[in-house]
Design a protein around this ligand. Sequence first.
Ligand code: THU
Length: 156
Amino acid sequence: MSETARALVDRARAAALRAYAPYSGFSVGCAVESSSGDIAVGANMENACYRLGVCAEISALTAAAQAFGLGQIVRIAVSGGHLREDGRLTGHMLVTPCGGCRQAILEAAHVAGRDIEVVSANGDGSELRLMRISELIPFGFGPANLSDADRVDAGG
Ligand code: THU
């Protein structure tokens, strides 16, 4: 396990402490790393209209776009679980990005021109798994599909 992956997970777990998740009780944090080592973080933010809540990954990707640009993204870490009253994040299962967030990471991978690494961790941080976005969303529908259709339109 690379030190950077572990450090990035620590940042994601710290971000989860600032999640706003009163409805699900499931706090998620995400940390996005740039090619020069800058880090942007985000957490999930729910609201009373349940389905309109924002995931941690979207929150962090948006922060990353502002901080250094989607094109610089090399790695993303995600962790989540139950935030105990003593401030500790718990949970045994690895948290992988939901389907919608995988699509957003795929878009960032297109902008960055690289297969972004995704580090999934469980809430207590005891387990990590490194994957690539291409493994998490195989046969993904992306910008290349749209430009391919444009070419066909143009008779190419
Ligand atoms: N959640 C995330 O923030 N990221 C994911 O990839 C999975 C789910 C949030 C959404 C909701 O606020 C809570 O976790 C429970 O689904």
